[in-house]
Design a protein around this ligand. Structure first.
Ligand code: NAG
Ligand code: NAG
Ligand code: NAG
Length: 373
C-alpha cells in the first residue's frame, strides 16, 4: 500500500514538473511574441513621427505633449498650417469713422509680401444697403472669383447673408466698432474740418464753426442721436427693421449676426490687440501685421482735425437717448466677446505694450481614444 502510494506520488510529481516546464516554455514564447509586437510598434511610431515632422516643417509651433484626462495616451496633432488657406475670402464691412483707414492700410501694405488681394467695395452714392439683385451678384462674384483669392474685401456696406442666395461657401466677416458717441463726435468734426489724411479736401460742412456742444444745445440735426444708429444696422443687415433707429429686434439681430457670422469684431480703442488676434487666426493675410502696425506710422494715421471733447452735460443729454443706449449695448456686447476671446488666444505680450511680437497660447487640443485601431 505504502509503495504503491509512493510511486503514484512520484508520478504525480513528475507530471507536475512536466506541466511546469511546458507552461514556462509557452510563457517564454508568448513574451518573445510580445517583444516582437513591441518592436513592430516602435518602428511604426518612429515612422509616424517622421511623417509628422515632415508635415510640421513649415508650421507655427510645436504641439503640447502630455497625459490625457481619460488616462489614455494622447496623439500629437501636427500643427495645421493656417497660412495654406488659399481659398480664403475675408470681408471687412467697415463702419465710417471707426479708425478703419489705419487698419486697412496695414492690409494694403501686407498684400504683396503675404500674397493676397485687397479690393475696395465702392457702393454707388455712399449707400450702405444694396438692392436684392446687387446682393446676389456680389455674393456670387465674391464666392466664385477664384483668380483673386485669397482676397480681402472692404467697404461701407451692411452685412449680407450669403446663405440666402443659395451660396454654400461663406466668406469670413471681420469688423471693428467704436464707442458710439466718440464715433458721432468724430464724424461731426470730420465734416467740418476734414482730417490729416486728405487735409485739402473740402468737406460737406466746411466753414461751419459750431461746436458739438452748441449743436446739441440748439438741437440741430447733425448731432441728433439718430445719427448714431449705424453700427447696429451694419451688423443687422439688409432688413427694413435694421434701419429703424431704436428698433429692438435690430439690436438683437445685430448681436446674433456678430456671434454667428463674424469671425472677429474688435474695437477701435484696442486696435493693436485686434491686429494681434487676426495675425494668429488668419496668418494668410495678417502674418507680420502687429510688427508692421507698431513700427510704421500707420497707428497715428488719419486723425480728425480740431476735435473738442463734448461737455459732461452734452454727454448726459446724449446718454438719455434710446438710440445711444442701444448702440452702446451693442458696443459693450462686442467688447465683452472680444476680451473673452483675447484672454483665451493671446499670451503674455497681449498686455505688454512694449513688446512688438505676437505671442499665441500653445495648442490647446489634441486627439485620443482613436478607434478602430
Ligand atoms: C467711388 O466711385 C466713384 C465713381 O467712380 C468715385 O467718384 C468715388 O471717389 C469712389 N469712392 C471712393 C471712396 O473711392
Ligand atoms: C467678378 O467681378 C469682376 C469685376 O466685374 C470680374 O472681372 C470677374 O470676372 C467676376 N468673377 C466672376 C467669377 O464672376
Ligand atoms: C515686456 O516685454 C519686454 C520686451 O519683450 C520685456 O523686456 C519686459 O520685461 C516685458 N514686461 C513685462 C511686464 O512683462
Amino acid at each position: 500500500m505504502l509503495r504503491k502510494g509512493l510511486i503514484s506520488s512520484n508520478v504525480l510529481l513528475f507530471i507536475g514538473a512536466l506541466l511546469f516546464v511546458i507552461f514556462m516554455l509557452y510563457f517564454e514564447m508568448h513574451v518573445l511574441q510580445l517583444e516582437g509586437n513591441n518592436d513592430k510598434l516602435a518602428s511604426e511610431v518612429a515612422l509616424i513621427r517622421a511623417q509628422l515632422q515632415a508635415n510640421e516643417k513649415s508650421s507655427l509651433r510645436a504641439p503640447i505633449i502630455g497625459g490625457g484626462a481619460g488616462g489614455g495616451p494622447l496623439i500629437e496633432i501636427p500643427d495645421v498650417d493656417l497660412k495654406q488657406r488659399k481659398d480664403l475670402v475675408v470681408i471687412y464691412n467697415r463702419v465710417p469713422k471707426t479708425g478703419s483707414t489705419s487698419f486697412i492700410n496695414v492690409a494694403y501694405d501686407l498684400c504683396r509680401p503675404n500674397n493676397y488681394h485687397v479690393l475696395h467695395i465702392n457702393v454707388t452714392g455712399n449707400m450702405h444697403v444694396l438692392s436684392l439683385a446687387n446682393q446676389a451678384r456680389f455674393a456670387y462674384n465674391v464666392s466664385k472669383w477664384e483668380a483673386i483669392k485669397p482676397a480681402l474685401y472692404h467697404g461701407h456696406v451692411a452685412f449680407v447673408d450669403f446663405a440666402r442666395f443659395g451660396i454654400s461657401t461663406h466668406p469670413v466677416w471681420i469688423n471693428l466698432i467704436r464707442r458710439p458717441l466718440d464715433r458721432l463726435v468724430s464724424y461731426y468734426y470730420f465734416l467740418r474740418y476734414g482730417d490729416d489724411f486728405r487735409p485739402y479736401l473740402v468737406r460737406r460742412k466746411h466753414g461751419d464753426k459750431m461746436t458739438f456742444d452748441e449743436c446739441v444745445s440748439k438741437r440741430q440735426p447733425d448731432c441728433h442721436p439718430d445719427n448714431m444708429w449705424l453700427q447696429v444696422p451694419f451688423f443687422c443687415g439688409h432688413t427694413a427693421a435694421c434701419w429703424e433707429p431704436g428698433n429692438k429686434w435690430a439690436l438683437d439681430e445685430a448681436k446674433r449676426n456678430l456671434i454667428n457670422h463674424f469671425l472677429l469684431v474688435g474695437v477701435t480703442e484696442e486696435m493693436e490687440d485686434f491686429i494681434r488676434m487676426l495675425e494668429v487666426t488668419l496668418p494668410t493675410f495678417f502674418q507680420g501685421a502687429s510688427k508692421h502696425y507698431l513700427s510704421s506710422k500707420k497707428s497715428h494715421l488719419r486723425k480728425t482735425v480740431q476735435k473738442a471733447p463734448p461737455s459732461s452735460s452734452t454727454v448726459k443729454k446724449i446718454q438719455e437717448s434710446k438710440v445711444w443706449q442701444m448702440e452702446q449695448e451693442l458696443y459693450d456686447f462686442a467688447l465683452a466677446q472680444f476680451h473673452f476671446m483675447r484672454k483665451r488666444t493671446l499670451g503674455q505680450s497681449a498686455t505688454n505694450r512694449s513688446s512688438q511680437f505676437t505671442t499665441e497660447r500653445s495648442q490647446q487640443f489634441m486627439y485620443e481614444k482613436i478607434r478602430p485601431k
